[in-house]
Design a protein around this ligand. Structure first.
Ligand SMILES: NC(=O)N[C@@H](CC(=O)O)C(=O)O
Length: 425
């Protein structure tokens, strides 16, 4: 195993220092370190962050390897500064058995670019009718702790209650895609002034808020853990704020795109902007930013949703919802919050690692901790070119935008997965 001596790096907001990485851990920190056997990296101007952790990634394997594979998604993640991702269950077949989650987990290990932690489905086939084998997935080699029907809401309150009760035994968490399906039938975008003008069927904010309100009450009743996926409205923030004030065990995520983009993008009729939940209003964006800074929303999660060209480059109504996120998330966080490194580390690494129970991740680079870290050049600016992304898909909403920040290197347990801004394998 090669040792690395990273010179002149700032760990978060600290003064420039040196970090020695050896045998998978941070072996030393301090100005003027020496190590004859180490490869020296000059990191002047760079910032070291704990490796990012994504709680919400669609890797598409098994089933849609044309859109993404565990390997291509892992590479995209490493290039985005991630050292761990949680893979959503809406694959084909659905990750609703020990066999499928073990397959995804094994593929992640083989790719070896990030730790891939499978998420298990809550219900068989994501059909919302019967609970999946949650216990078997928890006991499998993949040790599943997060369960989600993401892409679908667990709409039946009785099933949701039983799922929350079931996972309590092993401190699992139900990650809910909050969407009351009866309120979003045929929906194409956020319900509001723009949808009225364009004549597109709207997805009202209350469809999200009603499910979150119900679920925090269920989680409180059961005393179990709830995680709310991709929160998108100001009203949802208020429901979460009240629930947290009462001590409900609820955590929540917001995506980079909901922190930046608004529903008027639909005026282009470019389906790259079609996503679930939909892009909302400027007032929602402002509320989400404030909630994330405050901690009412706990984390940024990408909802990286790769789609093949034929599923995206078609009429708006026929296009699949979802957009890429892994390779641009840190840049969006920098764009929105500036170089608030402690906030970024907390919301994109430490807290998601804690929610997912990923020990060894989410730890600030310091002597003795596993060397899962990323080096960022905050002064760099880059133009996003879809063809240059490592993802197999091209559906980034940031095409040709200039974004701040560049990931220069990423280390997974002391081995570089990215060096000089390029994937190592
Ligand atoms: N977020 C998205 O717009 N799409 C997700 C699933 C979903 O939540 O609909 C996908 O898997 O593509």
């Amino acid at each position: 195993m090669t040792a690395y001596l990273i010179r002149n790096v700032r760990v978060l907001d600290g003064e420039p220092t040196d970090l020695l990485i050896r045998d998978g851990v941070v072996a030393g920190a301090g100005a003027g370190l020496t190590a004859d056997d180490a490869t020296v990296l000059d990191a002047t101007g760079l910032v070291a962050l704990p490796g990012l952790v994504d709680l919400h990634t669609h890797l598409r394997e098994p089933g849609r390897e044309d859109a993404e594979t565990v390997e291509s998604g892992s590479r995209a993640a490493a290039l985005g500064g991630y050292t761990a991702v949680c893979a959503m269950a809406n694959t084909s077949p659905v990750a609703d058995t020990a066999g499928v989650v073990e397959q995804v987990w094994r593929l992640g290990r083989e790719a070896g670019l990030v730790d891939v932690q499978p998420i298990g489905a809550v219900t068989v086939g994501l059909a919302g009718e019967r609970l999946a084998e949650l216990g078997a997935m928890a006991d499998s080699a993949a040790r599943v702790r997060i369960f989600s029907d993401d892409g679908h809401c667990v709409a039946d309150p009785r099933l949701m209650r039983r799922a929350l009760e079931y996972v309590k035994a092993f401190d699992g968490v139900i990650a809910q895609h909050a969407e009351e399906p009866r309120l979003t039938e045929g929906a194409q975008m956020h319900e509001g002034e723009v949808s009225t003008r364009l004549g597109l069927t709207g997805w009202p904010a209350v469809a999200e808020e009603a499910i979150i309100a119900r679920d925090v009450l269920l989680a409180e009743h059961v005393g179990s853990r709830l995680h709310v996926c991709h929160v998108s409205t100001a009203g949802s923030v208020e429901v979460l704020r009240q629930a947290k004030a009462r001590g409900v065990r609820v955590t929540a995520e917001v995506t980079p795109h909901h922190l930046l983009l608004t529903d008027d993008r639909a005026e282009t009729y470019d389906p790259v902007f079609k996503v679930n939940p939909p892009l909302r209003t400027a007032a929602d964006v402002a509320a989400l930013r404030a909630a994330l800074a405050e901690g009412v929303i706990d984390i940024i999660a990408t909802d990286h949703a790769p789609h093949a060209v034929e599923d995206k480059e078609c009429e708006w109504a026929y296009a699949r919802p979802g957009m890429l996120g892994l390779e641009t998330a840190l840049s969006i966080a920098l764009d929105v919050f500036g170089p608030r490194w402690d906030l970024i580390a907390e919301r994109m690494s430490r807290t998601p690692a804690r929610i997912a129970g990923l020990t060894g991740h989410g730890l600030d680079p310091a002597p003795g901790v596993p060397a899962n870290l990323t080096l960022v050049d905050p002064a760099a600016r880059r133009v996003i070119e879809p063809a240059e992304l490592a993802s197999r898909s091209r559906n980034t909403p940031y095409a040709r935008m200039t974004l701040p920040g560049r990931i220069v290197a990423t280390f997974l347990r002391g081995e570089p997965t990215v060096l000089d801004g390029k994937a190592v394998k």
